[in-house]
Design a binder for this molecule. Structure first.
Ligand SMILES: [Zn+2]
Length: 337
């Protein structure tokens, strides 16, 4: 059954005969439609073997979302400090000035409210006039992504691995401590000792908040990295098509890879490139960016991961990752993403 026919069946057959579910009608009909569409996508993906069987959202477990759509011209107004959400009315925003306001001519088409670690977030889809594409006349750059350093750019800049920063190490340590405390509370409960359920809930929230904070630090870092790279106005950027899925299967690497957010980096880089008229070139996985000498082009097949310095017989000596970034920049076979 398609999402559309399910919607028809729900409205015409099921709900009239099941008055106990009439609360479905209390929210905006477009929100219901959106939920059905989401369910439809989830099942379609499941039947195509692209993802696992869909499971229900649960309060406190998933970032439960509430969708809203602009129904009439009076909906979805946004001012500097508040937003008008259909069926909810005016809602005050804690972080002011983040959402483009109606006054400046922006139109909010739809949005969603989500909850993460006891905090509510609103995200909106806004229609904005197409931006003028800047003239990017500077040279292209190559970006080599890695686990030791996050990104090595052919213009000489290196972006360190944020997970090695003192700040994140401290947060991780704190997280481990709070997690241990939480599991101890659960164990006590199992043993039948007196532990207040409310205290478990409190501890759970503490852990959630720490997870959220760590995640924010990492996201912020990739946002800043991208912003800085884009600011140099290159005419193109070349990156390697990383096999993130394959790397995740290696359990020695999976945590390190996941925490670096390569996938998010790639997606955000792509959208920033589109916005700024920069060509994003992606070279295939088998391209020997690390194994090739940038000066003479010969390929060193026996290059080990531990070889941090690239030494070629032609006398060329360079940092391994910088050599890779240069090779990426000058790659001639690539796909434009
Ligand atoms: Zn060489």
């Amino acid at each position: 059954m398609s999402g559309k026919s399910f919607s028809v069946w729900l409205n015409n057959e099921y709900l009239p005969n099941h008055p106990e579910y009439s609360w479905v009608k209390e929210v905006s009909s477009k929100s219901v439609k959106h939920s059905i569409e989401c369910g439809c996508t989830a099942f379609t993906r499941f039947f195509k073997h692209q993802s696992a069987f869909p499971n229900y959202k649960k309060k406190g477990k998933s970032d439960v979302k509430m969708y809203f759509v602009k129904n009439n011209p009076k909906d979805c107004f946004c001012e500097r400090h508040r937003i008008n959400i259909p069926t909810l009315g005016w809602v005050r925003i804690k972080e002011k000035g983040y959402i483009p306001t109606t006054k400046d001519g922006y139109i909010i088409k739809s949005g969603s409210v989500s909850i993460k670690a006891d905090k509510f977030y609103v995200s909106v889809l806004v229609e904005i006039p197409e931006a003028q594409i800047a003239n990017n006349s500077n040279d292209g750059i190559g970006i080599d992504l890695g686990l030791k350093d996050f990104a090595i750019v052919s213009n000489g800049k290196t972006y360190k691995n944020i997970n090695k920063s003192a700040r994140l190490k401290k947060l991780e340590k704190q997280l481990i401590r709070e997690q241990r405390c939480l599991s101890r509370k659960y164990e006590n409960l199992k043993k039948g000792e007196v532990t207040q359920r409310a205290n478990i809930q409190k501890q759970k929230l503490k852990v959630q908040k720490l997870h959220h904070k760590i995640d924010n630090v990492r996201t912020d870092y990739i946002n800043k990295t991208i912003a800085e790279i884009v600011k140099t106005k290159p005419s193109y950027m070349t990156i390697e098509d990383l096999n993130v899925k394959g790397m995740m299967k290696n359990r020695h690497l999976s945590k390190a890879v996941a925490s670096q957010k390569f996938y998010e980096f790639r997606a955000k880089l792509q959208s920033k490139c589109n916005e700024n008229g920069i060509e994003l070139r992606v070279v295939a996985r088998w391209y020997p960016s690390s194994k090739m000498c940038h000066r003479c082009g010969c390929i060193k097949r026996d290059l080990k991961l531990s070889d941090r310095i690239y030494r070629c017989e032609c006398g060329y000596v360079e940092d391994r990752d910088f050599n890779a970034a240069l090779n990426l920049r000058d790659a001639i076979t690539y796909e434009v993403a």
